[in-house]
Write a protein that binds this ligand. Structure first.
Ligand code: ADP
Ligand code: ZN
Ligand code: MG
Length: 481
């Protein structure tokens, strides 16, 4: 059989840390980092006799996520204990939700080469994060840090509707974008605020039954998700083609070697012995409560995109890129308020800003300047105070050390030379130094003009007003014909 006879089946379980100020069952801060075990109390350290109290914000944020992903919201829900032992889980159970999750039966839409596609969501439930083990950080051995224990999570489980690594990436990006828009998670993947368990299987296209899946846990970059899926698909097909069978197991993806390794098998056999947590009350939501949350939902990416197409005449491609990130989209809108030049702001975001983000592997959330500063940069170019090539240098400066662009150009002496006398001086100097180009131009080689303007720009370090330069060169050159 050939590889094209196989179909790839993928389902994702995505964990997002909620950006509530306090933990899910106590009032410790959720803030990332901090000295080990400083964001803890008897409740999240699992001291005997302590009682958890559910943070209402967690329910609100989860319902918000459910509504933004077209889920049905359960009027009756509850918390269950998922029992397992791990050194970073001092209670020996995790409080999660089993058979009555807060949200069910949703979907998100992704763009594929064949058009729009719905990925169905099985459920979204709330649960607590575990602590962290620090290996080797303190001179051998492993120590437990419980700062993260009890940080609220939502787990978003998809149906096995995803058919390729590219679709998995598109799905993950879409989820990230939605969660950012509704401001329930900061989605910082490097810090683990957004991570995915990736389930992969392959089957022959003619088979109706799904194949056995493997699961790669806690993947936290788009690139490794794509690489891991591509590797795992190849590996599984090789095993099947060799007449072997796939074991249902948990794998560890290693970014360095680009391979998956077995961590523990027979995941299926694990029995968590779920039961309702007797320390917590049932979660009952009224119609009014859900309606109120619905009314607080902000404009979502799809709707912003439509608006950009109509209101600002952006291309579909540009509108997609900008609205995919709430931060880029907010930057776009606030810059336009300052400069009233959507086309210029669009160009800055799509070209130079995106390039710098790519080169420095920076997420839009970490852009250090604001829309006001970007808008002012556009104004300075529109007014002719600086050329667009100086504009690029100002942008780099905004990334390095953000401040008012006007201050930057004053400090750096980058104001455009538009003084006629000064321009004339440069023109004469360049003409004198390049008699060959002058002769070329007069012999009909128009290209020589561009060269001379380029030299003048070099001479003035990009500060001369290009329009004035052009005009004055032409005037001087034509004089002699
Ligand atoms: P758990 O991993 O907790 O046992 P499930 O059995 O519900 O949970 O499945 C988890 C994820 O695995 C879901 O996202 C689901 O879509 C996906 N999944 C289930 N079966 C397959 C399969 N055969 N191939 C790929 N993904 C699958
Ligand atoms: Zn606590
Ligand atoms: Mg799983």
């Amino acid at each position: 059989m050939s590889r094209s006879d196989y179909e790839v089946i993928i389902g994702l379980e995505v964990h997002a840390e909620l950006s509530t100020k306090t933990k899910i069952f106590c009032s410790c801060p959720t803030e990332f980092g901090g000295a080990p075990n400083t964001h803890t109390c008897p409740i999240c350290m699992a001291m005997p006799g302590t009682l958890p109290v559910l943070n209402e914000k967690v329910v609100e944020y989860a319902v918000k996520a459910g509504l933004a992903t077209n889920c049905e919201i359960s009027r009756n829900s509850k918390n269950d204990r998922k029992n397992y032992y791990y050194p970073d889980l001092p209670k020996s159970y995790q409080i999660s939700q089993f058979d009555q999750p807060l949200c069910e039966h949703g979907y998100v839409e992704i763009e594929t080469e064949e058009g729009k596609k719905k990925i169905r969501l099985t459920r979204i439930h709330i649960e607590e994060d575990a602590g962290k083990l620090n290996h080797d950080d303190f001179g051998g051995g492993s120590l437990v840090d419980l700062n993260r224990a009890g940080v609220p999570l939502i787990e978003i489980v998809s149906e096995p509707d995803i058919r390729s690594a590219q679709e998995a990436e598109a799905y993950m990006r879409k989820l990230k974008s939605i969660l950012e828009y509704i401001e329930v998670s900061d989605c910082k993947m490097q810090e683990g605020s957004l991570r995915a368990d990736v389930n992969v299987s392959v089957k022959k296209k003619t088979d109706t039954k799904l194949g056995t899946r493997t699961e790669m846990k806690n993947m936290n970059s788009f690139r490794s998700i794509v690489r891991a899926i591509e590797y795992e698909v190849e590996r599984q097909i090789d095993v099947l083609e060799d007449g072997g069978k796939i074991d249902q197991e948990t794998l560890r993806w290693d970014d360095v070697s680009g391979k998956t390794f077995s961590m523990r098998d027979k995941e299926d056999a694990q029995d968590y012995r779920y039961f309702p947590d007797p320390d917590l009350v049932a979660i009952k939501l009224s119609e009014e409560y859900i309606e109120n949350i619905k009314n607080t939902l902000p404009e979502l990416p799809e709707s912003r995109k439509q608006r950009y197409l109509e209101q600002y005449n952006l291309s579909e491609k540009d509108a997609n890129i900008i609205t995919a990130s709430k931060y880029l989209s907010d930057l776009f809108e606030s810059a336009i308020e300052v400069c009233n030049n959507p086309k210029a702001v669009n160009n800055w975001i799509i070209s130079d800003i995106s390039r710098i983000l790519n080169e420095t592997e920076t997420e839009p959330i970490a852009i250090p300047f604001d829309g006001n500063q970007l808008g002012k940069l556009v104004v300075l170019i529109d007014k002719g105070t600086i050329s667009s090539s100086i504009g690029k240098k100002v942008l780099e400066e905004l990334f390095e050390n953000p401040r008012d662009p006007e201050d930057i150009i004053k400090e750096k002496g980058w104001i455009q030379i538009s003084d006629e006398g000064a321009i004339k001086e440069v023109v004469s100097k360049i003409l004198e130094a390049n008699p060959q180009s002058v002769a070329d131009f007069r012999a009909g080689k128009d290209r020589a003009l561009g060269f001379l303007v380029g030299q003048a720009m070099k001479e003035t370090k990009g500060k001369a007003n290009p329009k004035m330069l052009n005009e004055m060169f032409l005037e001087e050159l034509k004089r002699g014909i």
